[in-house]
Design a binder for this molecule. Structure first.
Ligand code: NAP
Length: 286
């Protein structure tokens, strides 16, 4: 059984991004600028944003961070997003979620121009994915695809089962697998007989947000299991998969921590570079 080292793979991807940034700058472009937007002082969000900023700097990008107070109004937040949308130095805009409940997150996200939507979460980016058009893909599912490619899993023709259908993870995950010609089953909280559905999977993606929901009774012998879940418990971080139990039957499995998590930030940097490359090419063509 292969425990997939997402941390190592993420470091490799970030190195590739750093090389891409250097090549872009050598062509005469400004280095890509990542504008992270943090509202308030949620400790977990602060840690995520700090890591994104640090790793973007390490990849040679510019850190264009903005912090807004917890009680910021919708129109003040809109003003900032619109300013970043116009700013030529900004290649990508990332609004750290969740936002305080008084803000309308969906309408703020939708003000991000498609070319700067490095989280791939606007309606237009979702439309591009649905239409199998080019575009920036949501980071976590894109990271899962990169993991599967790295492990050498044949996606085409495989039966992939995705547990979860959220806009952030499960939904785009299913579409990315379909785009690569997997046969995809999407399960959710109303699915009947989840263990039976999961046991059909050659590739099983757990994104339900329920700690250790999936044990070996959900897994076919030799399946590849990717665990997107992250839960802080008194025993440390755990995923949606009972790792030690499922390790006994899976051919490959991602651990938590050290699996999908590090890949999410790496794919954010991939998207930021891609956005900057496209902006540079467009400005040269114009
Ligand atoms: P979410 O918005 O809560 O969605 C969870 C999905 O799972 C929903 O579609 C829900 O079904 C389904 N579900 C819930 N309980 C289920 C059950 N018992 N059986 C089958 N399906 C069930 O969560 P999310 O944002 O997609 O995140 C999922 C997990 O990934 C969370 O643990 C989150 O922390 C983690 N995550 C990790 C990363 C990373 O970088 N590693 C990034 C993002 C999220 P319904 O649609 O029917 O409600």
């Amino acid at each position: 059984m292969n425990v997939i080292d997402g941390k190592q793979l993420a470091a490799t991807v970030r190195q590739e991004v750093a090389q891409g940034v250097a090549a872009l700058v050598a062509e005469g472009a400004e280095s890509p600028g990542l504008a992270t937007v943090l509202v308030g002082s949620d400790p977990a969000s602060e840690v995520y944003v700090r890591n994104k900023r640090r790793l973007s700097l390490e990849a040679g990008m510019r850190d264009l961070h903005h912090w807004l107070p917890e009680d910021v109004t919708q129109s003040e937040a809109i003003a900032l997003i619109d300013e970043l949308a116009e700013d030529q130095r900004v290649s990508g805009i990332l609004i750290q979620l969740p936002l305080p409940p008084h803000l309308d997150a969906a309408s703020l996200i939708d003000r991000i121009p498609t070319g700067k939507d490095v989280d791939g979460l606007t309606v237009r980016s979702a439309g591009q994915l649905a239409q199998r058009d080019r575009g920036l893909r949501p980071c976590t599912p894109a990271g899962v695809i990169r993991i599967l490619e790295h492990v050498g899993v044949e996606i085409e023709g495989a039966h992939a089962v995705v547990v979860g259908r959220s806009i952030l993870v499960g939904g785009p995950m299913a579409q990315l697998l379909l785009e690569r010609n997997a046969t995809v089953t999407v399960c959710h909280s109303r699915s009947r007989d989840l263990p039976r559905l999961c046991r059909e999977a050659d590739i099983l993606i757990a994104a339900a947000g329920v700690p250790t929901l999936l044990d070996r009774s959900f897994v076919k012998d030799g399946a590849v299991v990717v665990d997107v879940g992250i839960h802080r418990t008194e025993h440390g971080l755990v995923g949606d998969v009972d790792f030690s139990d499922v390790s006994e039957v899976a051919s490959a499995i991602t651990p938590v921590p050290g699996g999908v998590g590090p890949m999410t930030i790496a794919m954010l940097l991939v998207n930021t570079l891609q956005a900057a490359e496209l902006a540079h090419r467009t400005s040269r063509a114009g």
